[in-house]
Write a protein of this length. Structure first.
Length: 386
């Protein structure tokens, strides 16, 4: 019986992980659940799964939760409470499904406590890749990818020598706006951006998929997870989302991992690794799927990919600024404050004004994050005034 802590329990990843727990009552028991501010759903989840401990970031939400939480369940508060839950002594596995750079502290806390960390929060590696790797090397913790592409690469690399790898190829569906011109992209709405053609995900990552920033963040994530240079990481658009990524080896052989686009598969593998559990999930039938197509990404219509590669290669605090500016720009787009194409404009402008420093501590990242949010916010307001 694996004892698990789920961070971001009320989000898309967290809810799907709890579905898995539900399907395998003999395999898993929930010992901790954390959420940002959805006290009502967290309360229902706590009542259903009876963890020893819950944590919630938002102060008002914590007050609400305190009055209704079933007896015998401890309540932790604030971001510090979530990080404390990430290091819960009785946990065997911590699933980090937090959205955004807010997930970094919990990633570090879990690794520092020697936990096996199933990482769905790609921003931990994008923003803090260097210190996350240092924490990983220093301690007994272990990192398992949950992101579908990285789970695919991880599976392709099982049993392979890292010196035999020539290239990693991340696939992406291309999002709902594949094939559109920059002019057409200028007119798209929030609802259109939230209608992903193949994957069912939370709003932030769905917008990131529409701009291709999600793929850009995943390139940086892959760089840190697998220790491969940016020159040897490529992106290919694959609209059917069946091939989740590929590894090319030095002899010219290519391995790919395939499956239906269902996040429960990579979540499940991270939860059961190194074992695989039999599931009743829908099965891939290639004869029914029919044609699988691949094409190069259109970098002129979707500049986010170029921005992410540049930030990744330049290193230092650039990826942290890329990520923070993106979080601000996406939130502003979802609020209707800026148009779709302005998302990448805001990020590019913020990166252009940044004086990067070496990442020697979490504080250096926090400072860069704060700086980027302030300047990205100004760039958003400038656009609102035009
Ligand atoms: Mg992904």
């Amino acid at each position: 019986m694996k004892r698990i802590v789920i961070l971001g329990a009320t989000g898309s990843i967290g809810r799907q992980a709890l579905e898995i727990v539900d399907a395998y009552p003999k395999e898993f028991t929930v010992v901790g659940l954390a959420a940002h501010r959805n006290a009502e759903l967290l309360m229902r989840q706590a009542t259903r799964w009876r963890p020893r401990c819950v944590a919630i970031v938002d102060d008002d939400a914590a007050d609400n939760l305190a009055t209704v939480l079933p007896a015998g369940i401890d309540l932790l508060r604030g971001a510090a409470g979530v990080a404390e839950l990430a290091a819960l002594p009785e946990a065997d596995l911590v699933l980090n499904g937090i959205v955004g750079s807010a997930g970094l502290d919990s990633t570090l806390a879990a690794l520092r406590a020697g936990k096996t960390l199933a990482l769905a929060n790609k921003e931990s590696l994008v923003v803090g890749g260097k210190i996350v790797l240092e924490e990983l090397e220093a301690g007994a913790g272990r990192l398992l990818p949950v992101d579908s592409e990285h789970s695919a690469l991880f599976q392709c690399l099982m049993g392979e020598d890292s010196t035999a790898v020539r290239r990693l190829v991340l696939t992406g569906s291309g999002g709902p706006f594949r094939g559109r011109t920059p002019e057409q992209l200028g007119r798209v709405t929030v609802d259109e951006a939230l209608a992903h053609p193949t994957w069912n995900m939370g709003p932030k990552i769905t917008v990131d998929s529409a701009t291709l920033m999600n793929k850009g963040l995943e390139v940086i994530e892959a760089h840190y997870l697998f220790g491969v240079d940016y020159e040897r990481i490529d992106v290919m658009i694959h609209p059917q989302s069946i091939v989740h990524s590929l590894v090319e080896f030095v002899d010219g052989s290519v391995k790919a991992q395939l499956g239906l686009p269902d996040m429960r598969l990579p979540i499940l593998l991270a939860m059961t690794y190194p074992a695989r559990l039999a599931t009743a999930l829908p099965q891939l039938d290639l004869a029914q799927t029919g044609v699988l197509t691949f094409e190069a990404p259109d970098e002129s219509a979707f500049p986010a990919l170029r921005l992410a590669y540049e930030a990744g290669r330049r290193g230092k605090t650039y990826p942290a600024v890329l990520n923070a500016a993106n979080e601000v720009a996406v939130a502003s787009f979802l609020e209707g404050a800026i148009g779709f194409c302005a998302i990448t404009d805001v990020i590019e402008e913020t990166l252009g004004r940044h004086a990067a420093v070496e990442v020697t501590s979490v504080e250096a990242l926090r400072d860069a994050d704060t700086w980027a949010r302030k300047h990205a916010g100004e760039a958003v307001r400038d656009r609102g005034r035009r």
